[in-house]
Design a protein around this ligand. Sequence first.
Ligand code: ADP
Length: 302
Amino acid sequence: MEEYLPPHFRSLEDALFSLFGNGVKMEHKQRISGGDINEAYSLALTDGRCIFMKANTIENASFFSAEAAGLTAIAKTGAINVPCVLCRGADKEHGSFLLLEFIAGRAPVSDYWETFALQLSQMHKADTSVFVKEGNYGFISDNYIGSGIQKNTAYEKWTSFFRDCRLEPQFRRAADYFDSAERKKITWLLDHLNDILVEPEHPSLLHGDLWQGNVIAGPDGRAWLIDPAVYVGNAEADIAMTELFGGFSHRFYDAYKDTGLLLPGYSSRKNLYNLYHLLNHLNIFGRAYLSSVRKIVREYVP
Ligand code: ADP
């Protein structure tokens, strides 16, 4: 992972000064629960504004350069709302931090799921040429999936990218969980990915970690995306992930189907995409995910 050192401020107040000018100070800082990795806060400012802050150690500053790059990429598509990136920085008190527009949630509008599906499909249809250098799939920089590193080397073919940058590094990290018969099956699976996965009609910018916790009904009552692990890939992988931990309303899936982005046979590939996330959970959180991983490997290997 490349090092992107954030600008160092004497204090958070100095960062606020650089953003909003003289006279705007922090009135109140409140801890927000819900995140797995970072400390999250809402900052109420003296001019009535509220902003969102995530903080972590200086050593983990690259989480925030990756998150800022992902949010900026999604914003560039103009398809769906993400919080505006205000500032990345570091100070003695908080370590490294990321300041974002605060999403003041409200009740979803009546066509929330249909509009979300449409906006997501527009993001998936956006031009991706600015997001990958010298290839079709990948991203301009590596980033993180949870706390795990996510390789985004540019590739011409989706199936090669998914094998070399997604499944293979996770299997390698998890090698000690498998016996030799299982390792043989895994090798077989990686060697036969071309026969199971399909190349999409065009590459798509993906959120990359699209589960319920990373979608908020924002001030307009529409879906806002947070905490992305973006890369350019096959849109099917984003939809598969939405189905992994609980799923969205059936209205979302009905509307997304109408956009024509899911190719025939999607449901037979879905679990293979989600194998990546389950392996990542196995590597980060441990054995609780092993049986789900084994089940999917058995599903695809004769
Ligand atoms: P982590 O990086 O630790 O996973 P999250 O991105 O999940 O943290 O955010 C932690 C909490 O803050 C969650 O409850 C999430 O809904 C909320 N949150 C995230 N981004 C914003 C934002 N821009 N405005 C308001 N709340 C936010």
